[in-house]
Design a protein around this ligand. Structure first.
Ligand code: HGY
Ligand code: MN
Ligand code: MN
Length: 408
């Protein structure tokens, strides 16, 4: 593996950024995203891969296998980001997949199974509001009509943004029945590997996620002339709900439950008017399906109690839930064997972050490999993973790809 090739790819992808100097922002189908995609198309075409997109906007590069009738080995991740995010989330997995193809070609290793690099659209949900939209649409967990009508903050529908990307070479990705397995390399996005001085994390499970938009309707009124006892203050009600949600996540639900409110807006949002309308995001996750269900219903009943007491209306608009998944032990053992051979410290671990791998695990065998995140920071400009760790991760990852492709 050539380190400068690897970092060169990461740098190049991150040169396409809407917020230079303030982290990385590359939202699906925006000019920055399209420039990064075109760069990846060029890189994969230069390797001799057959490059195409599907009608969702997922990008694929396939390397023929000596036995084209065998199911394909898929590897990939995403290149869209959160707003003002980091340089490595999604990009490491995308580069690891491309480098796996490059290594087989460079070393003259012929895969038996076809090998497909996949770059899934809208994994973060930062533009159209649904996490892992591209992989969920690919696997049928999200129907095309619903996907195409998702809108961004300007009201642009997904279908229009997709059309404006003016994609070429539209083709269909192999159906799940023709996919042998899917692999994803990713930054850990937490502190465990760093604390335990490990270079690699073999992912055993990925948490489930339930997101929702919570809307509170109160009565807008004059901030000075309205006595406190006569208020139905939507923003004050939201504040009480948000701390109650934090309490469910930290104390009342399970050991691995997390509950986050990351986004809030209120109307009319001026200092001398009592807010009449407030909306906030809800993100609840757990590695146990039942605890996840209980945590969400606990939050819903807490919010309705608060709304009753405060004389406001509360509504929950839930987004499709993604179930917690257990990943393939046998693929994990292939990672483990390679890590041992290469004398790299590793550990088996869960993932609190969700990934396209969690969606693909609903339809095929999936393996996931983590590399460390410095101080556990991610989804922020400070996100960092050392080059030597990425290199080690890509070597083990590509070992597994070659083994699963029956490369010789
Ligand atoms: O939210 C997540 O866990 C992922 O980064 N989309
Ligand atoms: Mn992310
Ligand atoms: Mn990611």
């Amino acid at each position: 593996m050539h380190p400068d090739q690897l970092t060169g790819m990461i740098d190049r992808i991150n040169s396409f950024n809407a917020t230079p100097g303030r982290g990385i922002t590359r939202l699906t189908f925006t000019p920055q995203y399209e420039a990064a995609r075109r760069y990846l198309v060029e890189e994969m075409e230069a390797l001799g891969l057959t490059v195409y997109v599907d009608d969702i906007g997922n990008l694929f590069g396939s390397l023929k296998g000596s036995d084209p009738n065998l199911p394909a080995v898929m590897a990939g991740s995403h290149i869209d980001t959160v707003n003002h995010g980091g340089r490595y989330d999604g990009v490491v997995g995308t580069v690891a997949a491309v480098e796996s193809a490059r290594r087989m070609i460079r070393e003259g290793i012929k895969p038996r199974n076809p090998f497909i690099v996949a770059v899934f659209a809208e994994e973060e949900g930062s533009r159209f509001g649904q996490v892992m939209a591209g992989s969920r649409a690919l696997t049928g967990l999200l129907d095309r009509q619903t996907l195409y009508t998702l809108t961004d903050s300007d009201g642009t529908p997904y279908s229009e943004a997709l059309d404006s990307a003016n994609l070429k070479n539209i083709n269909r990705c192999p159906s799940p029945a023709n996919i042998k397995c899917m692999l994803e390399a990713h930054i850990e996005q937490s502190v465990v590997l760093e604390q335990r001085s490990k270079v690699l994390g073999i992912v055993q499970s990925i948490a489930g996620i339930q997101q929702a938009t919570v809307t509170i309707e109160g009565t807008a009124n004059h901030a000075g002339a309205t006595p406190m006892a006569m208020r139905s203050d939507a923003l004050a009600a939201a504040a009480e709900m948000i701390t109650a949600i934090e309490d469910v996540g930290s104390r009342r639900a399970g050991p691995s439950t997390v509950a986050t409110v990351g986004n809030i807006d209120c109307e009319p949002n001026v200092s001398n008017v009592i807010s009449g309308l407030c909306r906030f995001s809800l993100d609840v996750r757990d590695s146990d399906a039942e605890i996840l269900t209980d945590a969400v219903s606990g939050i819903r009943s807490l919010c309705s109690d608060i709304s009753e007491r405060r004389g406001v209306e509360v509504t929950f608009t839930e987004k499709p839930r993604t179930e917690p998944v257990t990943l393939s032990r046998s693929i994990g053992q292939i990672f483990e064997e390679s890590a041992r051979k290469r004398n790299l410290p590793y550990m088996w671990m869960p993932s609190g972050a969700v990934h396209d791998a969690a969606v693909m695990a609903q339809v095929t065998e999936v393996g996931m490999l983590f590399v460390p995140s410095r101080k556990g920071r991610s989804h922020v400009p400070e996100e960092f993973t050392a080059e030597e760790d990425i290199l080690a991760g890509v070597e083990v990852f590509s070992d597994a790809v070659i083994s699963l492709c029956g490369g010789s």
